[in-house]
Design a protein around this ligand. Structure first.
Ligand code: IDP
Ligand code: MG
Length: 140
């Protein structure tokens, strides 16, 4: 298996409920190493750009409002097949469909306030981590 990196966000619903450490514990137990991490307040422009692929979706405005409603923790995770491994441990977008033991099953409030973001491909992971981190901030 190839070691790779993926990009993750702990969303405002989770930081509001003080769940950063509990979510990080699930990530680490799944074999992912947190090789970069910072807590930020996303701007509206950042959120609109980051979720630009969803601009035409009916939930886009609400999603941007939600993502700037409080601090988020942006992260780079490293491990074997990190992109797929993180998607597995996150669980389905809608927590009511998420598997037992996944972060969204354990912690998400609803389909929008679903506690975590994770890149869906290695290519998007590279773009997304570069959006929030300088190369010097990622220390494996
Ligand atoms: P993902 O986060 O599991 O990759 P995406 O389809 O990429 O899911 O959607 C991005 C984010 O947009 C979701 O994590 C969730 O916060 C929000 N979202 C997705 N679908 C809906 C919806 O039907 N209603 C409200 N928010 C949604
Ligand atoms: Mg997605």
């Amino acid at each position: 298996m190839a070691t790779e990196r993926t990009f993750s966000i702990i969303k405002p619903d989770a930081t509001r409920r003080n769940l950063t450490g509990k979510i990080n514990a699930v990530l680490e137990a799944a074999g992912l190493r947190i090789v970069a991490q910072k807590r930020i307040q996303m701007t509206q422009a950042q959120a609109e750009s980051f979720y630009g692929v969803h601009a035409a979706r009916p939930f886009f405005r609400d999603l941007v409002s939600f993502m700037i409603s409080g601090p988020v923790v942006v992260q780079v995770l490293e491990g074997d097949n990190a992109v797929a491994r993180n998607r597995d441990v996150m669980g389905a977008t809608n927590p009511s469909s998420a598997a037992e033991g996944t972060i969204r099953k354990l912690f998400a409030e609803n389909i929008e306030a679903n506690s975590v973001h994770g890149s869906d491909s290695a290519e998007n992971a590279a773009t997304e981590m570069a959006f929030f981190f300088a190369a010097t901030e990622i220390v494996g």
